[in-house]
Design a protein around this ligand. Structure first.
Ligand code: PGA
Length: 249
């Protein structure tokens, strides 16, 4: 049982229609509960952000985008969206460095530029990092985490506006998660790194990868998790609410 203020980030990826917004309206009532100490953040595809924000205005729900272009403001970049535009559309957050975006071309250097641009435009960054199965098997997890975080934070000043989402790639969409003690030692490493090397006093660390109604029963007992980044289970509002409820019971 926890009474901590936790983050629940719904990463919808390339899913959702206008109809999905109406289906998710019931979370507005749920979020009103006084006893609920949580930050609920929806990250739908770009096409749904504006409608979502309008329909959910006056609610406690916040919004985020799933990526942006690395150039600031406006310009001749066909097909791209800047962090400034994302802020203007009503978002407070942005996911950057997700392994699926990395797989389609985002490298450490580009991710670092996107982080700087997003922070400059007053977005809070949900920065994702994590190892592949091979890297885990070769016992390179800490090395990879260190490399990804170090390059993400290069020349970044406002580090307190970053949430650090540890997402082992082999765990995303597979139903597999680390056992609690391995996950705890990994999170301990991340926390220590952020505090000692990067001078972040109270780092916010999320976990992502196959978080659902079943796995959350175990995950909620892991120390040092400040919240969850939830993919497929967040598409169904009942499942999403269930994860939040189970975190607190
Ligand atoms: P999943 O996705 O919950 O479907 O595993 C998590 C993510 O990719 O952020």
């Amino acid at each position: 049982m926890t009474n901590k203020n936790k983050y629940f980030v719904a990463n919808w990826k390339m899913n959702g229609t206008n109809k999905s917004i109406n289906l998710h309206k019931k979370i507005i009532q749920f979020a009103k509960k006084k006893s609920l100490k949580s930050n609920i953040i929806y990250c739908p595809p770009y096409t749904l952000i504006r409608s979502f924000v309008d329909i959910f205005k006056n609610s406690k729900i916040k919004f985020g985008a799933q990526n942006c272009f690395y150039k600031d403001s406006y310009g001749p970049y066909t097909g791209q969206l800047s962090s400034k535009m994302i802020k203007e559309s009503g978002c407070d957050y942005i996911i950057l460095g997700h392994s699926e975006s990395r797989a389609f071309g985002d490298n450490d250097k580009i991710i670092n530029k996107k982080i700087i641009s997003s922070l400059n435009n007053n977005l809070k960054v949900i920065f994702c990092f994590g190892e592949t199965y091979k890297e885990k098997k070769d016992k390179n997890t800490n090395k990879i985490i260190n490399k990804q975080i170090t390059s993400a934070l290069k020349n970044v000043k406002n580090r307190n506006n970053i949430l650090f989402a540890y997402e082992p790639i082999w765990s995303i969409g597979t139903g597999k998660i680390l056992n609690n003690s391995d996950l705890e030692s990994c999170l301990f490493y991340i926390q220590k790194l952020l505090k000692s090397k990067f001078r972040i006093k109270k780092p916010i660390i999320l976990y992502g990868g196959s978080v659902n109604s079943y796995t959350v029963k175990m995950l909620k007992n892991v120390n040092n998790i400040d919240g969850f980044l939830i993919g497929s289970a967040s598409l169904n509002v009942n499942k999403f609410i269930d994860i939040i409820k189970k975190t607190y019971t």
